[in-house]
Design a protein. Structure first.
Length: 130
């Protein structure tokens, strides 16, 4: 899916990196977090997000366009990291409430694992409907 995002939206490889180019800690931390949270809350929904790629794909270049597109109120986040965390939360909200129905996790190659059969539970990759 990462290759599809890079190609479709002309996103640099540094923004959306292939799994085998990531450092070990980055690879493991998300899976460990999902596993630990699922142990405590088995029904919790998990989604992948790429805030910077999403903003580029949706052509959202400033806080006004971001806040309008995502129905947000309030002041602009102080840092890019805070903005990205907020966008990630919005993606989860839109996916889990049915506002976005396109789940990129189910679009995979024949050699990739299915997101419904992960040992730590189902995962999603919500993306705006096209």
């Amino acid at each position: 899916m990462d290759a599809w995002l890079r190609e479709t939206y002309q996103i640099a490889s540094g923004t959306v990196q292939s799994v085998n180019s990531l450092k070990g800690a980055v690879l493991v931390q998300g899976i460990l977090l999902a596993m630990i949270v699922r142990e405590r809350i088995p029904s919790i929904q998990v989604t992948e997000t790429h805030p910077k790629a999403l903003l580029k794909a949706m052509n959202l270049r400033d806080w006004t366009s971001v806040s309008e597109a995502f129905d947000l109120e309030g002041v602009e986040p102080r840092t890019e990291h805070e903005r990205d965390a907020l966008v990630g939360a919005v993606v989860a909200r839109f996916g889990h409430t049915g506002r976005w129905t396109q789940d990129l996790a189910v679009m995979r190659g024949p050699s990739e694992l299915g997101p419904n059969r992960m040992w730590f539970g189902q995962v999603h990759y919500w993306w705006p409907d096209t």
